[in-house]
Design a binder for this molecule. Structure first.
Ligand code: B12
Length: 155
């Protein structure tokens, strides 16, 4: 039996190697389920995941992107620590000469209940390109990532 390289609808992106994507959970947050599923999904949709697991700072994502040449980072926060820990994320990437690296944040990004639009505004202000607060499906994340990577390659 031939095992397909990618899920149907997610054929390999152009280029000699699969695009690298760093993912991980920020802060002292122990929620790992979405992180593990995201890693599997990235592989199955044509990406090359580098999973940092839990207990990361924004600088860990910056360092990993520099070391791997990743084209995107996916930052998870489920317990809400992200609101403090992600502040200034875009500036950290810019300072490392990695302003071109796509930055997504997702999970339960703040402590307690807040309007999604407000949470998105905070994280976009931190320099993330896309924000998925309490989203329910992974497929739109992978579709958006592929579209953004294609657009970045064209631009
Ligand atoms: C399982 C669970 C636990 C387990 C975790 C086991 C483990 N090792 O993973 C245990 C029991 C240990 C636990 C502990 C705690 N938990 Co808990 N936990 C949950 C629970 C029930 C499910 C989380 C889960 O795995 N869901 C399944 C995955 C697939 O979904 P998800 O995590 O929601 O992620 C989705 C999206 O957010 C998105 N996503 C996630 N990351 C990313 C990243 C990117 C880039 C993108 C695009 C998308 C994305 O993708 C997923 C699919 O939609 C949720 C409540 C709930 N029903 O969601 C609470 C919940 C996350 N926990 C919560 C809390 C508060 C805690 C504790 C602080 C409780 C305590 N006082 O001790 C501790 C955490 C301590 C710490 N240091 O972090 C809160 C967080 C509230 C907040 N943000 O304000 C929640 C929401 C419960 C609640 N309603 O209050 N928890």
């Amino acid at each position: 039996m031939t095992v397909p390289d990618c899920l149907p609808g997610f054929e390999p992106l152009a280029g000699p190697v699969r695009p690298g994507v760093v993912l991980g959970v920020i802060g002292h947050d122990i929620h790992v389920v979405a992180n593990r599923i995201l890693e599997i999904g990235l592989s199955e949709t044509g990406m090359r995941p580098y999973n940092l697991g839990t207990s990361n700072t924004i600088d860990d994502f910056v360092d990993a992107a520099a070391e791997t040449g990743a084209r995107a980072v996916l930052v998870s926060s489920l317990n809400g620590e992200g609101e403090v820990a992600c502040a200034g994320a875009g500036d950290r990437f810019d300072a490392a000469g990695l302003g071109h690296v796509l930055r997504y944040a997702g999970g339960n990004l703040v402590v307690g209940s807040r309007p999604t639009a407000e949470v998105e505004r905070v994280f976009l202000g931190y320099g993330f390109h896309r924000v998925f607060h309490q989203s329910v499906s992974f497929a739109p994340v992978f579709a958006a990532l592929r579209a953004d990577l294609l657009q970045a390659a064209d631009g």
